[in-house]
Design a protein around this ligand. Structure first.
Ligand code: NAD
Length: 364
């Protein structure tokens, strides 16, 4: 294999970033861009200098394609990944893996049966402050971790939700936890121990025209008695305020702050000086002027190439991808039924489906 041949499906905000980065990676070639809207598909094909299509089936039928890169709305990721692997292709999905565990489990079952590779975009793991925090924790230098906190205080205004009809729907968006905050859940679980209980409260405060929550607070208990607490909202006044993670251990405290986990704001680690970090990538800026996470998609896509061409390890395992969905699903059950939910989910909790849940009543 001299190059990995990609098709990008969904040429919207993040699909454009994928095309942009794939175009620059030596080991990648974009063979086809697909968007259900003809104008976007054509734009994508022109930007990538390749053919375009409005029909996913043309992607699945094309023998030249090694990897299908799924950049469509969140509620479509799982089905499109399954269809791609069934068609004999590897799949990379934008986050989240799925909006419910049944779909996540079908992705895993399909991957095992077809033996194709599955990749999930979690680019924040590459942010320089996040990477040094993970290293210092793995080396045991922060001691025993007893608390992880995360605040995601972002703004998504009416124009953001009006712009695309999937946004703010239960079926395709899933809400501020699944779509905006799943990166932060992933990091909490990456840094923390095994989660055994989740308790959450959720509201729709400031966006009466959407079906999902725009505000929530989630507490996770880990098997060693340590805790994580995450507060998140897309209702922050006028603009993004913060996207942070703080870790408290018996030998150190570290806070990664800024709006997009981009600054090492506090570092007090026994016997370890604060590292001098290279500047991080800027955040993704999208149509409408709103900003998302730090843009490390080049590293995510390079990891796909390294795995397929050189047998390197995938940055995100399928088990980790599933666990993030499980914790977010548990949070929704907890918020709806107003009770703590134990993990792993079992019985009817496994079948809970946010896509079929009841819209959050607006407080406005
Ligand atoms: N990793 C990150 O930091 C990051 C940032 C932004 C978005 N995302 C994720 O990317 C996904 C897309 O978000 P977005 O903001 O780019 O949305 P978007 O609406 O801008 O783009 C989605 C595109 O998919 C196309 N599409 C929908 N159904 C299709 C189908 N059946 N076949 C082909 N194309 C189809 C739409 O026409 C649209 O162009 C979401 O799941 C979101 O969570 C991730």
């Amino acid at each position: 294999m001299d190059k990995v041949r990609f098709a990008v499906v969904g040429y919207g905000n993040i699909g454009r970033r994928h095309v942009y980065f794939l175009d620059q990676l030596e080991g990648a070639e974009i063979v086809l861009v697909c968007d259900k809207i003809e104008e976007k598909a054509r734009d994508g094909g022109e930007a990538a200098g390749c053919k375009w299509t409005t029909d996913l089936q043309n992607v699945l039928d094309d023998p030249k394609i090694d990897v299908v890169d799924i950049c469509t709305p969140s509620g479509m990721h799982a089905e499109m990944c399954i269809a791609s692997m069934e068609a004999g292709k590897h799949a990379i999905s934008e986050k989240p893996m799925a909006l419910n565990l049944s779909e996540a489990d079908r992705v895993i079952e399909t991957q095992k049966r077809t033996q194709k590779r599955y990749f999930l975009v979690k680019q924040n793991r590459y942010n320089p402050p996040v990477a040094v925090l993970k290293d210092v924790m793995d080396e045991g230098n922060i001691g025993d971790i007893f608390l992880i906190t995360s605040d995601v205080f972002w703004n998504r205004r009416r124009s953001y939700y009006d712009d695309e009809d999937w946004r703010g729907t239960l079926e395709f968006d899933g809400g501020a936890l699944f779509t905006q905050s799943s990166h932060f859940v992933d990091l909490i679980l990456w840094l923390g121990k095994r989660p055994v209980r989740v308790e959450a409260t959720m509201e729709n405060r400031e966006h009466p025209y959407i079906e999902t929550e725009d505000l929530g607070s989630m507490k996770i208990l880990f098997d060693d008695g340590s805790l994580a607490v995450m507060n998140y909202t897309t209702a922050t006044f006028q603009k993004n305020l913060e996207g942070s993670i703080t870790v408290l251990g018996t030998k150190g405290s570290v806070k990664i702050g800024g709006k997009y986990l981009n600054e090492l704001s506090e570092w007090n680690v026994d016997g370890v000086d604060k590292p001098d970090l290279p500047p991080g990538s800027p955040p993704n800026t999208y149509k409408g002027g709103y900003q998302g996470s730090m843009s490390n998609h080049d590293k995510v896509l390079q990891n796909v190439i390294d795995v397929l061409m050189d047998g390197k390890e995938a940055k995100v395992s399928m088990g980790e991808a599933r666990l993030t969905v499980e914790v977010m699903q548990a949070a929704h059950i907890s918020a709806l039924e107003r009770r703590p939910v134990d993990l792993p989910l079992t019985g009817s909790e496994l079948e809970f489906d946010i896509k079929k849940s009841i819209p959050f009543p607006s407080r406005k």
